[in-house]
Ligand binder design. Structure first.
Ligand code: ADP
Length: 475
């Protein structure tokens, strides 16, 4: 059977209860008893010392008579609720607050040994068998002429101390029960705050481990457990999204590879079996060549995207002159532009402008944006590449007056393999990967790219780049 946290916590709680009970019923009573005896002993020892230094010494010095001392001791014994005795070192009882003076009959405490306290100023026993039960006894020597003449002995009934001790212990037992009941609140809190959410989380992880990444669960708390649950939910949704993307990606790639391959195969078969006559071979071989070019472009774009994803932030950043990069990229489209009688107008800031970025990748961005701008521009139009500086950033805009992008497609153009319906007729070679690559590169630079476009009027793509920090020195 699966071991759960709850019985363990209950067991811990039970052990806590048992230990608390043992401590309160063993250590606490003995400590309390000990403490009360010591305090009482201290009190009566002070009284005994006082008596031995006053009346008792007076008695031995024959300054005070036996009767007077007896009267005083009687009062004190009532006041202290104890028995006060004066005993000779030999054990003979001189005075006893509990019995009248009896000079005729000698009462002797057998085996009386004042040294038997063992260094302590009090003892708890039946005082050399002179009591039926245990009493608390203190002894204070009476010294006269530098000699110990006797002892003032005060006995206190242990029952009083025990009764007081028990009343105190009753309070601690009641407190213990209340505390144990109150600590049940911790158990309730633990169940609500930790155990139930943890069970939900465990169940969810089991679902995820079984591949059910779309399983959703709710933990309503703002603490670490709530955060953990939210993170887990988010992680699962991301993985689910990534899985869906992966499937979509593979489907798109397969589709985009299959259509040119099918047409190549179709044309080649038709040429071999003679459906396409010899004199038309040149025309159809050119179509086949175009299709292979499309396949090559697709493969290259996929490789670029893959590299961007795996290398992540690994960019080869340097300070380079952006104006010349823009000029040379624009120049590489000269042939295409001439065919479509399109002009590229460059409005560049300064003669030389340095930015800090990965030159090869930025060249690729410019290339993809210009390629799209030309592809989707009408004949005899102008494409404008403009740079401007705002807050230590360089903004590069590529603007055309072509077919524009429909509003509903504006968010989708960055998706892999997305091609708007408008573009399909114009751009048969398009892979729908160009802008994904652009976005990925700009994101890697931690910069931004935006598009402003109106269908039928044209589009403007603007992206930012960090200016070189050393620009002043290089200028
Ligand atoms: P492709 O290689 O097919 O051009 P892109 O990712 O570069 O793929 O572009 C995706 C889609 O965005 C294009 O099919 C097109 O519909 C739209 N698009 C991109 N640039 C422009 C532009 N300058 N003018 C109009 N539409 C554009």
């Amino acid at each position: 059977m699966k071991k759960t946290l709850y019985p363990k916590f209950i067991l811990a709680y039970f052990i806590f209860g048992v230990f608390s009970f043992i401590i309160v019923t063993t250590f606490v009573p003995s400590m309390t008893r000990e403490r009360l005896i010591r305090e009482k002993a201290q009190d009566i020892y002070q009284e005994a010392s006082l008596i031995s230094g006053t009346y008792a010494t007076g008695l031995y010095a024959s300054e005070i008579d036996l009767e007077t001392v007896k009267t005083q001791l009687d009062y004190l014994s009532v006041y202290l609720n104890s028995t006060i005795r004066i005993i000779n070192p030999s054990g003979r009882l001189i005075l006893d607050s509990d019995s009248p003076i009896n000079v005729e009959e000698e009462i002797r405490i057998q085996k009386f040994d004042p040294t038997s306290t063992g260094g302590s100023y009090y003892m708890v026993n039946n005082f050399f068998d002179s009591f039926d039960q245990d009493v608390l006894t203190v002894l204070s020597p009476i010294t006269y002429n530098y000699m110990v003449k006797g002892y003032v002995v005060i006995h206190c009934d242990m029952e009083q101390i025990e009764a007081f001790c028990n009343s105190l212990l009753n309070i601690s037992y009641i407190t213990l029960v209340i505390l144990l009941l109150l600590s049940l609140i911790i158990l309730i809190f633990f169940t609500e705050i930790v155990y139930i959410p943890l069970r939900k989380i465990t169940y969810a992880t089991e679902q995820y481990a079984n591949g059910n990444m779309h399983y959703e669960f709710q933990v309503e708390s703002n603490d670490e457990i709530g955060y953990l649950a939210a993170c887990l939910n988010y992680m699962a949704s991301q993985i689910a999204g990534a899985e869906d993307d992966q499937k979509k990606f593979v489907a798109n790639v397969s589709h985009d590879f299959r259509s040119p391959l099918t047409s190549i195969r179709g044309y080649l078969e038709a040429m071999i079996d003679g459906t396409i006559p010899m004199e038309s071979h040149h025309k159809y071989l050119n179509i086949v060549l175009n299709e292979t070019e499309r396949l090559a472009k697709l493969t290259n774009s996929l490789l670029t995207l893959n590299n961007l994803n795996t290398t992540g932030m690994l960019l080869d950043r340097t300070d380079f002159e952006i104006n010349s990069v823009i000029r040379s990229t624009a120049a590489s489209f000269e042939g295409t532009c001439r065919r479509k009688t399109i002009a590229i107008e460059l409005v560049l800031t300064g003669t030389e402008l340095y930015v800090y970025a990965d030159m090869g990748k930025i060249q690729q961005v410019l290339y993809n944006l210009l390629d799209n701008a030309i592809k989707f521009s009408h004949h005899d139009s102008i494409i404008k590449v403009e740079t401007s500086i705002k807050k230590s950033k360089l903004f590069i805009s590529v603007k055309d007056t072509g077919i524009g992008i429909p509003k509903e497609a504006l968010k989708l153009i960055w998706d892999r393999f997305y091609k708007s319906d408008l573009s399909r007729g114009r751009d048969k070679k398009g892979t729908g990967l160009g802008l994904s690559i652009v976005k990925e590169i700009i994101n890697c630079h931690q910069e931004h790219i935006n598009v402003i476009s109106t269908e039928g009027e044209g589009s403007e793509f603007i992206f930012s780049l960090p200016l070189s920090q050393n620009m002043d020195e290089e200028d």
